[in-house]
Design a protein around this ligand. Sequence first.
Ligand code: KPL
Length: 330
Amino acid sequence: MKPEKGAVAVVGPGAIGGLLADSLRRAGRRVILVTRDARAAGALRRGGFAITGPSGRTRSFPRWEAAAPRLKKGRPLDCVLLCVKAPALPETLRRLRAAAPKRAPSPGQRRFPPVEETVPAGPPVVCLLNGVGHDRPLRAAFGGRAVLGSCYIASTRTGPRALRHWGGNRILLARTPRNAPAAEAAADILRSAGWDVRLYADEARLLWTKLVYNAAINPLGALLRKTNGEVASHPAMRQLLRAVSREAIAVARAEGHAPAVPGLEGRILRDCLLVPDQRSSMAQDLAAGRPTEADAILKPLILSGRRTGTPTPLLTPLYRMIKKLEEELR
Ligand code: KPL
């Protein structure tokens, strides 16, 4: 007999989390949305949210099961998707640790590897955060259940309860000797909801490739208040996009994490043109007065540049300008 599909918790149902939640629900999963506060949870329970897909068709999903600010102890889960932004991670980890969900493996089901004493056994915890530097806290919190990854999905929050998915459906997950069963289980769950999931052995390279991608696209769109397509189409902005890409690629190479994608500079440009109306997550955050991911995306590249003697004449001022605006808009 086929085991019944268990529930998936989506922590941070924003532009990416909401999209993943919607796809899992349509694939027949019970999905629990975990929001920052009780008010947001209440709004989702009552009103749900609407998603406009790449074809322009809008679907509405009212009546979500939302549990804020934490998951109930002992609720059986097949997977936890951590979709919060980098600045919210420390607080989110504290909340999750306080109510770590458990799932006892049933006979015939994949077993999860032993984890640190302080960490209860449980479902894979997939983290699709932009930037680097979150690997340690995640492994400290979840041990071999932590699955780090990157997604190449263009999605925008167009209103408090509305999302727009412009395109892209690739998710890369790192499968290491320590987390292999969790990574494989998570990949199966996401694939069953229609995502193009690839497992990749070199976690650092996977994260640094997305780091370069975000460092090139996000700050420019945020500072210029332009969509990714506008940045890539305007001759002067495109020149800058290319130059920032080259700078970030040089830093990643010097750090020993050469991009996993050949010709990344051209790929960045093409991807921006493929989803011309998408605003980067940093542009969305800055416009909404939220803290951006500059410390997780730009700062590590600047520090690495200093360490390896790789100049960062563009990344450094971009970082400073974003931080200045962040401060002013707070
Ligand atoms: O990851 C993104 C982001 O906005 O953070 C991309 C894929 C670059 C889309 O803009």
